[in-house]
Design a protein around this ligand. Sequence first.
Ligand SMILES: Nc1nc2c(ncn2[C@@H]2O[C@H](COP(=O)(O)OP(=O)(O)OP(=O)(O)O)[C@@H](O)[C@H]2O)c(=O)[nH]1
Ligand SMILES: [Mg+2]
Length: 190
Amino acid sequence: MINFNKAKFIKSAPTYLQKPEKNLKEIVFVGKSNVGKSSLINALVKNKSLAKTSSKPGYTKLLNYFEIDEKFYLVDAPGYGYTASGGKLLDSFSKMMETYFDNPSLAGVVFIVDSRHKLSKDDEGFYEFIKDKGLPFILVASKSDKLNQSEKASIKKHITKDIGIEEFVLASVTKNIGLDEIRTKISQLI
Ligand SMILES: Nc1nc2c(ncn2[C@@H]2O[C@H](COP(=O)(O)OP(=O)(O)OP(=O)(O)O)[C@@H](O)[C@H]2O)c(=O)[nH]1
Ligand SMILES: [Mg+2]
């Protein structure tokens, strides 16, 4: 059993090569800027001020390592702004993240998309990228508190039918939806 409430900030790093000394597995949170990566980390550990959040996009600038229950790291990452092309990530931030994915400690990706919209080209590009790399991932559709029933049905149809991802978690940090399921899935990757 992992105690997610036992969470502490360890350090910020520009690449995984500067990661914390203690060698633990890592779960990284990835998605477009402002999708709710940092908020989701806070909700999972029940500490609203652990990871810094903002209503403005582009807030998280480095890899932020949070140690959970002395067992593994949750890694908060900047949001993407990259162009997907043949599985390569193009801009300078993306180069930084591309090297991150060669990190041997990486145990899985929490891939977050906005439940109010279809996947963007960048989301689809990132999905191709993790598929190519064969990385285990948990797909989370965030901000589900903003959806009505028919909108929930339509994002489900989009993800499962158009994109072809069978399993995903519809989540809301404000309404505490999907969080236990995400904790369970992360525990299975560790
Ligand atoms: N209604 C609602 N708002 C949310 C939810 N999750 C995040 N937000 C809001 O979305 C905004 C962005 O949240 P962040 O957690 O900072 O997003 P981020 O993905 O870390 O953004 P960057 O670090 O800039 O890439 C904030 O105003 C949050 O309060 C949610 O489940 N529901
Ligand atoms: Mg952030």
